[in-house]
Design a protein around this ligand. Sequence first.
Ligand code: PLP
Length: 424
Amino acid sequence: MSTNKEWNLVASELAKKSENSIRSIWEDSKNGPNPLLKVITLQIGDPTVFGNFKVAPETREALRNALETDTFSYMSCEGPESSREPVAQYVNTNNDKVSSSLDVPRVTSKDIILTSGCSMALEMCFRVFALPGENILLPRPCWGYSTWILGYGIEARYFDLDPMKEWQVDIKHLESMINDKTKAILINNPGNPCGNVYSKEHLLEILEVAERHKLPIISDEVYEFFTFPGVQFYPLATLSKTVPILTCSGLTKRFIMPAARMGWIVINDRNNVLSDIKEGLLNIAGRNFIPNSTLVKALPGILENTPQQFFDDNSKTVSIHALSVFNILKTCPGIVPIMPKGAMYLMAKIELDKFPEIDTCLAFTQRLFHEQSVGVFPGFPCFNFPGFFRIVLTVPEDLIIEACERIKTFCEKYYKADGQSLEA
Ligand SMILES: *Cc1c(COP(=O)(O)O)cnc(C)c1O
């Protein structure tokens, strides 16, 4: 038997491959702002950072009531019936709001699994479908799903979204990425980082591909109904009678509660093709246990009592910010902003050939931070989409406007219409 002579401790492959590029860039960007300018970060997708978005009073009340307890027992791993039933009702009520030609069957508490945030819901869905060597199809650009995939040896295969077509899925490209190792397609609508909200027609096109290849869809709807005034959101599961869909959502964005770590999976399975998957999800849930019991107890009150006005006010505010940002960025030389329709983000293209001193979007964002103290995330590596940057729209309006004006100053300094370098 060989014995170690040194403390030779290294992190596992899983740990190494679970790096979250957003987190690393954020940590990194804390170094080196311009000391003469107040730092404005439009980076982290957390609407609570500046205090201008708060939880609804109804949420505070529900949390207070949930704390009136002297028992903290373990709960069943998918969550107690008393909290899953209200989620089922919330889903049914939401689905009913959407005019659909299909008669949408009800989901019941048996179709709900409570999770620790939407991230855990997504991770459980990836793991229940795919083994190492198999793959999940992800949009490009997208949020950091690969953090939850690559560590397990699952392959992430990317299909393109088209910035010139309101970030719609390139359906041909999606279909071309499917191979015999593909286990599921991930759709994020409304989306991060693009702020896309898909039309019914476009969602039907996506469903048609899933149907033809008999692939389930993992639908990340954490921004469900978070759309700008006049824009209709369609829960994917209301549009198909046949494609099995695992919808992942939670309190994080719509209820402005990121740190509550309260999410759920809705198992949409009209034809009982997911029974094995459901069993698998319950097994995986048993490894982790569900969120904190106080949140679980508060959940029914939060879902039932939060008024529509709360959601309307929040999305209206974000839509006003979006328009201000769009209008300023439109006047920045070398920048092409793309107007979002929902969620909390705006993506802008950098015409890198017009900035001869700057090679990449990462270099652009780093220099912007260094000179103007404005933090934005680069499309690459954060969202696997070079040549763009993302702005978080929940920052207070005066700050977001000042930030955009500094971006303009920055662009005017480095923009060269003929694409030639300064030395030329
Ligand atoms: C914020 C976010 C989530 C969920 O985050 P949790 O904090 O884990 O609930 C999921 N998907 C997208 C696209 C997000 O932006």
